[in-house]
Design a binder for this molecule. Structure first.
Ligand SMILES: [Zn+2]
Length: 261
C-alpha cells in the first residue's frame, strides 16, 4: 500500500490509471512511462545531484556492457529472492539491479528514487515493476511491513524506515562501494562496513557479509561513461582505455526484534 507523502498526512493512496490520491485530496500524477511521481512542489524545485541524465546514461551504458554482471550475480545470490518475495529497492536509480532481479526470479518489485530521469529510464525499460519518484530520506511512502526484502544498493540509508516497511521475518541487503571500487579512477576508498553495521545495529543483525569485486578492460568511451556516472566527467584531461575495478561490500541483515504494533 502506498502512503501519501505529505507531512502529517501519510494516509493510504488510492491508485487510478493516471493518478493517485489520498482521502484528504492530495493528488499525484502517473507519468506516461508509468511511474508515479510523489514529489511535492518544493521538492520538484530543488535539483538533486542524482538528476543528471549523463550520469544515468553512463551508468546504464556500464550495465549494458556486461561488466557489472558479477555484481548483479552476487546480489542475486545473497538476496535469494523468490516469486513469493515482495522487494523494495530504495534508491533504485535507473533500475538495473531491481529490474534484472525481478526478471530472473519473478519476485514482485517496487523501486523508489528521488531522480525523475532515473526512474523514468527504469520505468521504460522494466515495465513489470512498480516505480515511484519520491524523497524517501525521511519518509518512505509505503505502509508498515509492506516488503519481505529491502535493497539499498550504493544508496542513501534510513535504518528506521527500512525496518518499518520490512516484515518481521524479512531481510535487508545493503551494498556499499568496496574500498577498491573504481580505484584506478578515484584512488582507494574507505572501508564502510563497520560504520554501516553500527548504523543499523539498533534495528538489524548482520547475518552474512561478502565482498565482490570484478575488473574489466574498458575502452575510452566506457571509461568516460563511468566518470559521468560518478560525476567526474572532466577529471582526466584525456580519457584512455584502461582496466577498471568494480567492488561492492554486501551486507545481509535480519530484523533484530519484532516491530511493535
Ligand atoms: Zn494526503
Amino acid at each position: 500500500v502506498l502512503l501519501c507523502p505529505v507531512r502529517d498526512c501519510h494516509m493510504a493512496l488510492v491508485r487510478e490509471v493516471r493518478r493517485a490520491f489520498c482521502p484528504r485530496g492530495h493528488s499525484f500524477d502517473v507519468a506516461r512511462s508509468g511511474y508515479l511521481n510523489l514529489l511535492q512542489p518544493q521538492e520538484r524545485r530543488s535539483r538533486q545531484p542524482g538528476d543528471t541524465t549523463s550520469a544515468i546514461a553512463g551508468r546504464r551504458q556500464l550495465h549494458d556492457s556486461g561488466v557489472t554482471q558479477p555484481l548483479l550475480h552476487a546480489i542475486a545470490e545473497i538476496t535469494a529472492a523468490s516469486p513469493r518475495d515482495t522487494v523494495l529497492d530504495a534508491g533504485c536509480g535507473e533500475g538495473f539491479y531491481l529490474g534484472s532481479l525481478t526478471r530472473q526470479t519473478g519476485c514482485e518489485a517496487h523501486g523508489v528514487d528521488i531522480s525523475i530521469p532515473a526512474v523514468d529510464a527504469a520505468a521504460r525499460r522494466y515495465p513489470g515493476c512498480e516505480w515511484i519518484v519520491a524523497n524517501a530520506d525521511r519518509f518512505m511512502p509505503y505502509a508498515d511491513r509492506s516488503f519481505s526484502v529491502v535493497l539499498s544498493i550504493t544508496a542513501r540509508m534510513n535504518a528506521g524506515e527500512f525496518r518499518r516497511v520490512l516484515r518481521d521475518e524479512g531481510r535487508l541487503l545493503v551494498a556499499l562501494p568496496a574500498p577498491e571500487d573504481l580505484v584506478e579512477l578515484r584512488g582507494a576508498g574507505r572501508d564502510r562496513v563497520a560504520r554501516t553495521v553500527e548504523t543499523f545495529a539498533h534495528d538489524f543483525t548482520l547475518v552474512e557479509q561478502r565482498r565482490v569485486t570484478t575488473a574489466a578492460n574498458l575502452d575510452a568511451a566506457a571509461v568516460e561513461g563511468v566518470l559521468h556516472s560518478i560525476y567526474r566527467p572532466r577529471r582526466l584531461e584525456r580519457v584512455e582505455a584502461m582496466r577498471v575495478t568494480f567492488g561492492l561490500d554486501l551486507l545481509l541483515f535480519r530484523p533484530t526484534a519484532r516491530m511493535p504494533n
